[in-house]
Design a protein around this ligand. Structure first.
Ligand code: HEC
Ligand SMILES: [Cu+2]
Length: 353
């Protein structure tokens, strides 16, 4: 699966004296196709029990579908070869009925029953059924086009962040999801099935990551122009690392972080004038029209995955966000001079708990 095109082609060269064009082409095609099987958003690379169940169903369905396709194709080819047989109308009807009952009723009933037998226990496993010890709850709220993530059970008080989801590995987690504006869907392909985020309703799904790893997640319900650019960084970490991560994001910690550096006073003032109505920075503002920025410096990306977080990235985002993510719900900051935007960017990058 991880073979590169060059290696595949050179293997071809070794095994055959003449370069086999068709072989090379097939290798190229296979690499292109199989590349989709790796990656942090592939259902074919499960990292938890629910996802393993899903991929099992996927393989069974693919296998069964392939058998049916081959059978139907063979039957179809057979009709060209077959010798003319003469049947009375009664016989003709009997044969036709057999095909209808066998292929049209028995076969679908048998396959759908088998599918249900597989599918129901899988879905059951993702239901938040009562457990001896109730799992940790993480709330995920879909907005156009970003993710709000809340930890209501955090010791010391609720923790809020955006566009990143840190979870403990090796234990089941109940995700309570909803939508703030339109219907979105929460989907971490390597952990399990997707679930709709419907405004006014809380849907629940239980997922577990086997071990610490980074996963991709994606909004899986079309929600407007920037739906494709609504990605979520998911990271499963050891339990104690998770607890430390939460502790560092307690309100009092974040407030000192946001306010203690005198050098950034002008940026804070600009923030209160231009940004506070939409964004929360713990200790300063409580806007909720845009992502919480209290721990922005510690993120891996900006704009729900549209650009990597690195030095200067926030300033770049502030200046170009309508080109990077056209139509996103943050107004262009044309009315704010470049120096102020740069000071805002520099300050927000220091918000690293
Ligand atoms: C009208 C509300 C609104 C105002 C005012 C506003 N923003 Fe935003 N901001 C948003 C929304 C909505 C997003 C999410 C855009 C997206 O990714 O689709 C956002 C995204 C961001 C992000 C990226 C956050 C992330 O998690 O990737 C930063 C940084 C940011 N805004 C900073 C600012 C600053 C600084 C100001 C003031 C100069 C400001 N915003 C003013 C609504 C607003
Ligand atoms: Cu969407």
């Amino acid at each position: 699966m991880r073979l590169t095109v060059q290696r595949l082609i050179s293997i071809q060269r070794l095994t055959q004296p003449r370069v086999n064009r068709l072989g090379a082409l097939l290798a190229l095609l296979a690499t292109a196709l199989l590349n989709g099987c790796a990656g942090d958003k592939s259902i074919l690379n499960p990292a938890g029990q629910a996802a393993r169940d899903v991929v099992m169903i996927w393989w069974v369905m693919l296998g069964f579908g392939t058998v049916v396709l081959v059978m139907v194709t063979l039957l179809w080819l057979f009709t060209f070869k077959r010798k003319e047989v003469t049947r009375t109308p009664v016989e003709e009807r009997r044969v036709a009925r057999r095909w209808i009952i066998g292929g049209g009723i028995l076969l679908p009933v048998a396959s759908i029953t088998a599918l249900l037998a597989f599918g129901v226990p899988t879905a059951q496993r993702m239901l938040p059924l009562p457990l001896g010890e109730p799992p940790e709850v993480i709330e995920v709220i879909g907005h156009q086009w970003w993710w709000e993530v809340r930890y209501p059970g955090a010791e010391g008080g609720e923790v809020v962040t955006s566009n990143q989801l840190i979870m403990p590995a090796g234990e089941p987690i109940d995700f309570h999801v909803t939508g703030a504006d339109v219907i979105h869907a929460f989907w971490v392909p390597r952990l399990g099935g997707k679930i709709d985020m419907v405004p006014g309703r809380v849907n629940k799904i239980r997922l577990e990551a086997d071990e610490p790893a980074v996963f991709g997640a994606q909004c899986a319900e079309f929600c407007g122009a920037q739906h494709a650019q609504m990605q979520l960084y998911v990271e499963a970490v050891e339990r104690d690392e998770y607890d430390a991560w939460l502790a560092a994001r307690q309100d009092d910690q974040l407030s000192t972080l946001a306010t203690n550096d005198q050098q950034h006073e002008p940026a804070r003032e600009a923030f209160m004038n231009h940004c506070a109505s939409c964004h929360r920075v713990a200790g300063l503002s409580s806007g909720n029209e845009g992502p919480d920025l209290s721990d922005l410096g510690s993120r891996t990306s900006l704009g729900a995955g549209i650009m990597a977080m690195e030095e200067g990235a926030v300033t770049y985002w502030l200046q170009h966000h309508q080109q990077l993510k056209p139509g996103n719900k943050m107004p262009p900051h044309d009315d704010i001079d470049t120096a102020t935007l740069a000071s805002l960017g520099a300050w927000l990058e220091t918000l690293t708990p």
